[in-house]
Design a protein around this ligand. Structure first.
Ligand code: PMP
Length: 445
């Protein structure tokens, strides 16, 4: 069966088994554009509506149980409704959820995060987007410069500065190494476009050239590009970026909203210790399932806040419930937890590689820690342009629906990975996924 036939059949099956989701979605769409709370939730054919989740399982309103590897866009490495996190939230909520004053618990949480991600100081906010916005502003104050280098195609949240050149159209922005800037949606400021320099991942030569103008305040990048599948840095790339930033007085920001507390206990810093940034941005997993953002790093840069030269506002910054949930999550996700996840990850990768080989699937497998995926390109792309050329988006979509119809919830599309969670420890726990993929490969033969 070819991909088109498979997709057509699976969409029919999907629609047949999710009628309650579809009719609820129609009701939701009366008051909510597209029936969802974020554009990324409006995934084709239509989003499923959920009502209950526990451990590795999530249940939709049609009564189907899914092995949840979507994990709330990769946040829930601890699994759903973990008793320790539930207990921490309940305990705190009875003592008040929000004071807009410091708490002792915030101090402990900060110690945990600063130790884990090698930060001298940090500030909490409420989303990954806020974290990248604040970190970029700090970099500008610190350097007295305004330009920002970002990696073409990556995602760093939804404020204007980082929505420039997020998945641009190569026909519009022209060839590498110096593509034009393209706003990714309407309504972004023209003036801000002038501040952004998009460059290609894994090209440290052009970065060196651009930084030598000494006009660039910050380079922001994901150390592993987790919004284009899973694109690892080529050997030496991150170290060269680190050296170039140091040489030219540019602040290096690692956006670890996805990699932090997923790819290893200490995030990407544990994997690339010779390339550590000046500032980290964190989110997702570190909030224990509640909204969170964190930015922090070098003492002298964070001192700009204490000195009143940079601010960092937010009514809900340091929210006591998020701190309680985040602290419980960080304690649960200790070094042993990542050893277990990594072990499971390797076993899964081995099985998937065998499957790819046996069925000559045009796919590659990659991952680390809690992050893993089967990506529909013949090999790992090195940057956004290669990603566009190599990835078969239709196959990725077919794979997602195929698995959803067989009780596995992945993150949809070609951009995301699967996220393993704490309740999964043995390869047998991934049975619906491994079986589903064997069936898919056989159907495609
Ligand atoms: N940076 C990265 C790398 C992300 O993946 C995301 C969200 N997917 C963000 C920033 C933005 O985080 P949030 O959605 O919490 O604003």
């Amino acid at each position: 069966m070819d991909i088109d036939q498979l997709l057509e059949r699976e969409i029919k099956v999907f629609k047949g088994r999710t009628t309650a989701s579809l009719s609820e979605l129609r009701r939701l769409a009366v008051r909510l554009p597209l029936g969802v709370a974020s554009a990324y939730q409006a995934q084709p054919p239509y989003p499923l509506v959920f009502e209950y989740a526990a451990g590795q399982w999530a249940y939709d309103i049609d009564g189907h149980r899914y092995l949840d590897l979507h994990a709330g866009f990769g946040a829930n490495v601890f699994g759903h409704a973990h008793p320790k996190i539930v207990e921490a939230i309940c305990f705190q909520s009875k003592r008040g959820s929000h004071y807009a004053h410091p708490t002792r618990s915030l101090g402990y949480y900060s110690e945990l995060l600063c130790e884990r991600f090698s930060m001298d100081q940090m500030r909490m906010c409420n989303s990954g987007s806020e974290a990248t916005m604040e970190a970029l502003r700090l970099a500008r104050v610190s350097t007295g410069r305004s330009k920002i280098v970002r990696i073409e195609g990556g995602y760093h949240g939804h404020h204007d500065l980082v929505l420039m050149s997020m998945k641009p159209d190569p026909k519009v922005v022209g060839p590498l190494p110096r593509p034009l800037v393209q706003p990714s949606c309407e309504g972004l400021s023209e003036a801000i476009a002038q501040e952004v320099i998009p460059l290609s991942f894994n090209d440290s030569k052009i970065l060196e050239e651009v930084l030598s103008s000494q006009e660039v305040a910050a380079v922001i990048l994901e150390p592993i590009m987790c919004n284009l599948g899973f694109i690892e840095p080529l050997p030496g790339y991150l170290e060269a970026v680190r050296a170039a930033c140091s040489r030219h007085g540019t602040v290096l920001i690692w956006d670890q909203v996805k990699t932090g507390a997923t790819v290893a206990w200490g995030g990407a810093g544990e994997l690339y210790p010779d390339a550590l940034p000046d500032l980290h941005c964190l989110g997702k997993t570190v909030g224990g399932g509640l909204p969170v953002g964190v930015y922090g790093g070098r003492q002298d840069i964070m001192n700009l806040i204490s000195q009143g030269r940079a601010d960092g506002y937010g009514t809900f910054n340091g929210n006591a419930l998020t701190v309680a949930a985040g602290t419980a999550a960080m304690e649960l996700l200790d070094q042993q937890a990542y050893r277990t996840l990594q072990n499971l990850n390797h076993q899964l990768q081995d099985q998937l590689r065998e499957l790819i080989k046996a069925h000559s699937l045009p796919a590659y497998v990659a991952g680390s820690g809690a992050k893993v995926g089967l990506f529909w390109a013949p090999k790992m792309p090195e940057d956004y342009r290669q990603y566009l050329e190599m990835v078969d988006h239709k196959a990725a979509m077919a794979c997602w629906i195929y698995l959803a119809n067989r009780a596995v919830l992945g993150a949809p599309g070609s951009d995301e990975q699967w996220t393993l969670c704490l309740p999964l420890s043995r390869i047998e726990d991934l049975y619906p996924l491994t079986e589903g993929l064997v069936d898919l490969a056989e159907d495609l033969d």
